[in-house]
Write a protein that binds this ligand. Sequence first.
Ligand code: SAM
Ligand code: SF4
Ligand code: SF4
Length: 329
Amino acid sequence: MRVPRYLYITITRECNLRCQMCHFWTYRDPEDKLTVKEIKEVIDQFSNINPQGIIIISGAEPTIHQNNFFEICKYIRSKGLKSACVTNGYDFTDETIKRLIEEGPTYITLSLDSHIPEIHNRLRGKNDAFDKTLDSIKRLVSLNKQTKNSQTEITVISIIFDENIAYLPEYIEFVRSLDVIGVLFQIINPTFAKVSKEDKFFSEHFFKNKSEAISILESVYNKYKEDPFVLLKRSDIEWFKNYINNPDFIGESVCDSHNKNIFLELCGDIVLCAHMRNLNNGLAIGNVRQDKLINILNSEAAKKIKAIMEKCHRNCGLLACHKREEQTN
Ligand SMILES: C[S@@+](CC[C@H](N)C(=O)[O-])C[C@H]1O[C@@H](n2cnc3c(N)ncnc32)[C@H](O)[C@@H]1O
Ligand code: SF4
Ligand code: SF4
């Protein structure tokens, strides 16, 4: 077994925004979700499996239940592991900003989907989303700079979709002016946690003019390929192009999620990619309440699904975190 490098821990499925491309905000956490104590036990087990591993604290919005979030962050720090989170940065008090820098994850990525407030707000479903997230980014960057020996690294991420693709160079320069260390991109996927059968937002906002979308991405890549601020690799562009051309079939094996990622779901189930259940008759490979993480990873169920995932060419939106490492370098 290759040693997995990343443990994704879903600590909540609740959210304070109302995004069009992600419907987690319709979810409520179940009563039997893992306790912080149970999560700490899994962190202990993971740190024995990979002492150099990185833990991604994820959600919906991971910061929404702040006491749990910070207790988990602090525990990860105390084990000498690094952690990361992606957050919408909505409604952070000064106290939250302080705790994020002092106790929070090593890598903090804030989602800002445009430098044009109306585009971000429309996508995020709240009229004050842009102002609040921007304000959080500015306060975080400022405090991070003032904090001696801070280990925190702050980046910004944007979805790329039909409404913002033409403005990418302006967006990049706007984000650069915020003094974060880099900007990342994620191409629009089918709506997360979709409530209805049809996917209205995705079908309306996936690129209608495919060749134009691809040529914009090519020109953005060429403009910024030597620029370390823009975290966009050649392999990302190749993947985006394949995906835009044919969102129903990946066409080449670029996924390595089964080797590098472990996902701990809210009630303790373990899966190896965000879509693994779709490949495995809805099943997880085990549950940390019933077995140790190492046994789950070495189980027959794990071996069986890894063989399927090895050959998977499915259109799953393939998140950047699922791609082979050598393809992201
Ligand atoms: C599910 S969110 C969770 C973290 C946090 N709530 C946030 O919005 O940043 C993680 C990332 O997925 C992105 N995302 C959400 N829905 C998406 C979609 N349909 N396609 C692509 N990326 C999406 C968000 O913009 C965010 O950067
Ligand atoms: S993308 Fe993030 S902020 Fe938007 S609904 Fe999903 S979890 Fe919430
Ligand atoms: S391509 Fe997508 S569905 Fe297939 S194994 Fe990778 S992440 Fe999972």
